[in-house]
Design a binder for this molecule. Structure first.
Ligand SMILES: [Zn+2]
Length: 99
């Protein structure tokens, strides 16, 4: 057994939300718990969930607009339109610019 065998790279770190493996530079670490990292997709998902919770507790005209957008987004996902060819690409592009 060579010395190299003792220093094999460890497995890629995983996202604590979705469980998928990512390179370290693609994970965002929590401040008080740096052992916890989430991927970009899950960070965006968590932000949206946090925004929904905030809007539920502090309703404003903007929060009602975001609620309407979320309702439309959920309807698209429920129907699977976000996974269908050219329409999917368009919907995902639009979603990048939505709150
Ligand atoms: Zn993730």
């Amino acid at each position: 057994m060579s010395a190299q065998a003792h220093h094999e790279p460890t497995a890629a770190p995983t996202c604590w939300c979705c469980g998928k493996a990512f390179p370290e530079h693609e994970l965002t670490r929590l401040g008080a718990h740096p052992e916890v990292g989430v991927c970009l997709g899950c960070a965006i998902y968590l932000k949206r969930r946090a925004t929904v919770q905030r809007d539920e507790h502090h309703p404003t005209p903007a929060s009602r607009l975001r609620g309407g957008i979320d309702t439309a987004r959920n309807a698209v996902i429920r129907r699977g339109w976000h996974e269908r060819g050219p329409l999917a690409a368009l919907l995902r592009r639009i979603d990048r610019f939505l709150p």
